[in-house]
Design a binder for this molecule. Structure first.
Ligand code: C2E
Ligand code: CA
Ligand code: CA
Ligand code: CA
Length: 274
């Protein structure tokens, strides 16, 4: 009986140690990756629902660690906790702007959206950083869109408002990501300097049988003169429903998986060759 209790205790500790070890390995790997700039961006296209025309891309970070791809859903939270997200986020911004400028010069202007984390947005120097990066790469501000999740914005609207206003004044577009998952106060939403609502994938996933949330977000966006993007569109039925409902843009595996820069550039080239 004593042994059983002892075993359980040992097992528990080992489990904790394993988890702490995994976390530490991830953390030191991330530090090395930041120093070596060994990340990559992939680009997922967005299209106009009515016409199928290419309207832009979302840049998504990729990291290979010890020969395996680590999901950003796993390492971005660690980067947030450790503060490494500040440097990673700066790299993402630079890389996306460099790409948007190159595509604009070689083919034509295509907006690129970048995800911004809580810690980045809270950084007092963030708006200035964005301005400097745009200048450094000669990127027209309207080609940069910043995606900020609803939860991050709404958690502290009053604190973030000045930064959002500064970004908007630069001419950068602002999208509220994963919209519908938080609890936006409508009064606040009206005052926020935002351009785009991205309907969270979980609600797109419910289409066409449970369309209430998607309908509501689209109606709300139309009322506030915001544009809508549906994320995670996977089926022809979803695409059809969204186009009929007046959703402006679509993004998801049905249209395309995220693409390496070269494949994305080929799409840009085709879009401007018509
Ligand atoms: P997110 O911003 O909501 O990005 C959408 C995620 O859904 C991406 O996953 C994308 O690959 C995936 N996705 C796109 N279409 C479909 C679809 O049709 N079906 C399904 N099942 N999934 C789809 P990914 O690239 O693994 O990124 C996960 C999350 O990690 C992102 O969610 C974002 O919150 C974060 N993230 C990614 N890149 C960055 C970055 O550069 N900076 C920051 N701060 N966060 C990032
Ligand atoms: Ca996003
Ligand atoms: Ca999203
Ligand atoms: Ca999401």
């Amino acid at each position: 009986a004593k042994a059983a209790g002892g075993d359980r205790f040992v097992f528990y500790t080992r489990d904790m140690t394993d988890r702490a070890e995994t976390r530490l390995r991830l953390e030191s790997g991330l530090r090395e990756a930041v120093a070596a700039r060994s990340f990559e961006l992939v680009y997922q296209p967005k299209i106009e629902a009515a016409s199928g025309r290419l309207t832009g891309f979302e840049a998504l970070i990729r990291w290979r660690h010890d020969g395996a791809a680590v999901s950003p859903a796993d390492f971005i939270p660690v980067a947030e906790d450790t503060g490494l997200i500040i440097e990673i986020g700066r790299w993402v911004l630079e890389e996306a702007c460099r790409t948007a400028t190159r595509w604009a010069l070689d083919h034509g202007p295509v907006p690129v959206a970048v995800n911004v984390s809580a810690r980045q947005l809270a950084d007092p120097g963030f708006a200035r950083l964005v301005e400097q990066v745009l200048q450094r790469h000669g990127t027209p501000a309207h080609l940069l869109e910043l995606e900020i999740t609803e939860t991050v914005i709404m958690k502290d609207v009053r604190h973030h408002l000045p930064t959002l206003n500064r970004l908007r004044a630069l001419g950068v577009r602002i999208a509220i990501d994963d919209f519908g998952t938080g609890y936006s106060s409508l009064a606040y939403l009206r005052q926020l300097p935002v351009d785009v609502l991205k309907i969270d994938r979980s609600f797109v996933n419910d289409l066409p049988h449970a369309p209430d949330i998607a309908s509501t977000v689209i109606a709300l966006a139309q009322r506030l003169l915001l544009s809508t993007v549906a994320e995670g569109v996977e089926t022809a039925e979803q695409r059809h429903w969204l186009a009929e409902a007046g959703c402006d843009c679509l993004q998801g595996y049905l249209i395309s998986r995220p693409l390496a820069a070269e494949a994305a550039e080929a799409m840009v080239m085709t879009a401007f060759a018509r």
